[in-house]
Ligand binder design. Structure first.
Ligand SMILES: *Cc1c(COP(=O)(O)O)cnc(C)c1O
Length: 391
């Protein structure tokens, strides 16, 4: 049909005006290494923006979670409680450590870790004689998880929290930035995230020793000696000064990017919510960066079939969309691990779709996308019984 229509992406890099200038500066001064002034500057920018004391910029969000597990002492055979409704980058590092992921399902309000199920899982693991070593909640699509409740449970049972805010830079809850509730928080600057350094991540904490340790481990764990001496296993996980230069430029436009993503969410909501398409709402004190506009199809009948139909119609028009994350407990590589499930993440996966949400998506592109979705959904009977919808 429209073979020449350019592809509309889910979320593609969106550079501001300063990134290239900062990269050029890195070249001009020959700081082409995982050390340099932009690296320090980017860490300071992240600390200031998030209101957190200590930051280590790293090569990826996955690397940040891996180092967090090591720093919190997670070893082979230990158990780590982790959201099942997430991207594999959250839980792969648990397995890198030889530890055991124990998956926790979502609640319907935020789609993130269910605090009640978390507590049930902790009690059950304790009864089985094994105390979990860490908890990893995630803020999917930018929506804050119920961190105050999760932290209260974590404190009660004295289990440290690694807060996966890879998708939630710029989101906040009761005025506090996501990523700063846990003992440590992580961010990702992969190419598809709300801002990007092409690839990159960060570990943040109020605990200075954790971040010092992360910087040490991420640069091959060199002891203080003139020669190369090692008393610990190290990693090559530090962010490059060139990538950090991009990050410094991106930090200057982060709030604009959040604003635009939220506008895009509103445009979809205004145009599609009358057609039985469900949009997750923020609770009173929570603010989502709306990284990806994620919707559920809630019409009468088989919404998994409708979801696929919409996805295929969009694909025919060269418009990228994607089912919500497939829960980890349903993944072939993770299905052997323990899981505490309630059906929520599975049903989100079956009926949910992420729509093009990049801050560089034009009005014309949004219009093209909305028209195609409308064409599929118009005239379908609407459900009054869908259990995922909070009335
Ligand atoms: C992107 C992402 C990660 C991993 O970040 P990378 O920088 O790609 O390694 C981890 N968790 C979630 C929820 C993510 O979306």
């Amino acid at each position: 049909m429209s073979a020449q229509a350019s592809r509309i992406y889910l979320s593609s890099p969106h550079m501001g005006d300063k990134e290239f200038e900062f990269v050029k500066e890195a070249f001009d001064t020959n700081w082409i290494a995982p050390i340099g002034p932009h690296l320090n500057g980017f860490e300071e920018d992240l600390a200031r923006y998030n209101g957190v004391s200590h930051v280590a910029a790293l090569s990826s969000g996955t690397a940040a979670i891996h180092l967090a597990l090591i720093i919190l002492g997670v070893k082979a055979g230990d158990e780590v409680l982790c959201s099942t409704f997430t991207f594999s980058g959250t839980c792969n590092p648990i397995v890198y450590q030889g530890a055991i992921p124990v998956f926790i399902d979502s609640e319907k309000e935020t789609w993130n870790m269910d605090p009640e199920l978390l507590e049930e899982a902790i009690k059950d693991r304790l009864a089985k004689g094994k105390k979990p070593k860490a908890i990893i909640p995630v803020h999917l699509y930018g929506m804050p998880a119920q961190m105050e409740r999760i932290m209260a449970i974590a404190r009660q049972y004295e289990i440290p929290v690694i807060e996966d805010a890879a998708e939630a830079l710029g989101s906040h809850l009761n005025g506090k930035k996501m990523g700063t509730f846990g003992d440590v928080g992580i961010f990702s600057f992969n190419g598809n995230k709300i801002i990007t350094t092409s690839g990159g991540g960060a570990l943040v904490s109020e605990e200075k020793s954790y971040i010092e340790k992360a910087k040490f481990l991420s640069t091959q764990a060199r002891d203080n000696a003139p020669h190369y001496q090692h008393s610990e296993i190290g990693y090559n996980y530090r962010l490059s000064n060139v990538s950090a230069a991009i990050g410094r430029g991106q930090m200057l436009v982060l709030d604009e990017r959040v604003k635009r993503r939220r506008e895009i969410f509103e445009i979809y909501r205004q145009n599609l919510s009358d057609l039985g398409v469900f949009f997750p709402a923020e609770s009173v004190n929570s603010y989502s960066n709306r990284w990806l506009t994620s919707v559920l199809f809630t019409q009468e009948g088989e919404n998994s079939i409708l979801r696929e139909k919409v996805r295929l119609v969009l694909e025919e028009e060269n418009i990228e969309s994607r089912p919500l994350w497939k829960p980890m407990h349903l993944q072939p590589v993770f299905e052997k691990y323990p899981a505490y499930v309630n059906g929520t993440s599975e049903s989100l996966f079956t009926t949910g779709l992420c729509l093009p949400s990049g801050s560089n998506t034009s009005e014309e592109q949004l219009d093209r996308t909305i028209k195609r979705i409308k064409a599929v959904c118009e005239g379908l009977p609407q459900s009054t019984t869908n259990t995922l919808i909070r009335k």
